[in-house]
Design a protein around this ligand. Structure first.
Ligand SMILES: NC(=O)c1ccc[n+]([C@@H]2O[C@H](COP(=O)([O-])OP(=O)(O)OC[C@H]3O[C@@H](n4cnc5c(N)ncnc54)[C@H](O)[C@@H]3O)[C@@H](O)[C@H]2O)c1
Length: 339
């Protein structure tokens, strides 16, 4: 019999780890935040104190060794995800892992093999699937309301670029930022991408270029069902976080715009304007982080399939590798070239 509340160990108490820690502590019935772990002792102590977490450690192996822990939530830096996922699976823990699961396909495949072997659940943090706006776009496509999809346009721009320090372990723009849009593209259209042509540049921060990354990219996607798509990413939009999508089909179109902190429109003799969109992902997607975690806990507690699977974790990484290859070689790349 399952315990009344699942004991959760959260690994990585940085930006997104704190969001999930707060949700697990206060907003996810059925979950008890039992452990927090981070290599940074100050960060882990602070988060444990803030959310009254009984156990804190700088070595996540302690979390995995605790037989009372039912599941782990992996929020550490990207390059640690596949390793910790594999170790957690070996320890028999169910796993929620932040995106991307890794940027190396051999490491991902090994982690997925261990998850399969041990029969534990794995859900990856593609939280936008749990956002009501994106969910309505999916519904409009899946139900046939807009007919057969022909085009998808995704605009996804951040209000500020990552630090060069963060870029060192993030895997770069395609793995860190565009990965959400890759997930949305295949999820919203309901068909797999077969080819990507990526252009890119460094238009915002030369240090990002010096770290070998890009801060501005534009991608052309071709889907197996014939749909064409674009993804437009900038790491710095002067007017704030810009998250828009349109799917155009044979019977119509569905689009979503930005979410705002209020609905006020200010009209004067000079202009008509409104406040800027919700600042960044923590504000814009706050509800989706709660919904994805409730869904994960429900899947574990009631032995239901997770809504974002290992395959959903892997495929966007293949897309990211294809995008980088396309940019490097300045040509369209078939996903079958990647594996
Ligand atoms: N789904 C989303 O919307 C979303 C948003 C932000 C970040 N993320 C993902 O979450 C991950 C973390 O991003 P972040 O912005 O919170 O980064 P961050 O740098 O703020 O935090 C990462 C934390 O992990 C810790 N850490 C690193 N190695 C560790 C290890 N071996 N064991 C324990 N702790 C370790 C670091 O000390 C740091 O505190 C990234 O993979 C990122 O892509 C997802």
């Amino acid at each position: 019999m399952q315990p009344e509340r699942l004991n959760i160990g959260l690994i990585g108490t940085g930006t997104i780890g704190r969001v999930h820690a707060e949700n697990l502590a206060y907003r996810v019935p059925g979950a008890a935040l039992a452990w927090v772990a981070d290599v940074n002792p100050t960060a882990v102590r602070e988060v444990a104190g803030r959310f009254q977490v009984p156990h804190a450690t700088t070595d996540y192996h302690e979390v995995l060794a605790d037989p009372d822990v039912d599941a782990v939530v992996i929020c550490s830096s990207t390059h640690t995800h596949a390793r910790i996922t594999g170790e957690a699976a070996e320890a028999g823990k169910h796993i929620f892992c932040e995106k991307p699961i890794d940027y190396s396909l051999p490491r991902i495949d090994e982690a997925l093999r261990l998850v399969e072997k041990k029969g534990v659940k794995l859900q990856v943090g593609f939280n936008r699937r749990f956002d009501p706006n994106f969910a309505r776009v999916r519904q409009a496509v899946a139900s046939g309301e807009i007919g057969e999809p022909h085009l998808i346009h995704i605009v996804s721009r951040d209000p500020e670029p990552p630090t060069p320090e963060y870029v060192k372990t993030s895997g770069g723009i395609f793995m860190d930022m565009t990965i959400h849009d890759f997930d949305m593209a295949r999820y919203l259209v309901g068909s797999e991408v077969v080819e990507i042509y990526a252009g890119g540049g460094v238009r915002i921060d030369p240090e990002i270029g010096a770290a070998g990354d890009l801060d501005t990219v534009l991608l052309l996607l071709k889907f197996a069902d014939g749909t064409l798509g674009t993804i437009d990413n900038s790491e710095k939009a002067a007017y704030g976080y810009d998250q828009r999508v349109e799917v155009f089909g044979s019977q119509g179109a569905v689009q979503i715009g930005n979410n705002y902190p209020n609905a006020a429109v200010l009209s004067t003799a000079r202009s008509i304007h409104r406040d800027r969109p919700l600042y960044f992902f923590i504000e814009r997607y706050a509800d989706s982080y709660i919904a994805e975690m409730r869904s994960f806990i429900d899947s574990v507690a009631n032995d239901r399939p997770v809504l974002v699977t290992g395959e959903d974790a892997r495929f966007p990484v293949v897309m990211g590798l294809a995008a980088r290859k396309s940019y490097d070689e300045n040509r369209p790349v078939r996903l079958s070239e990647i594996g």
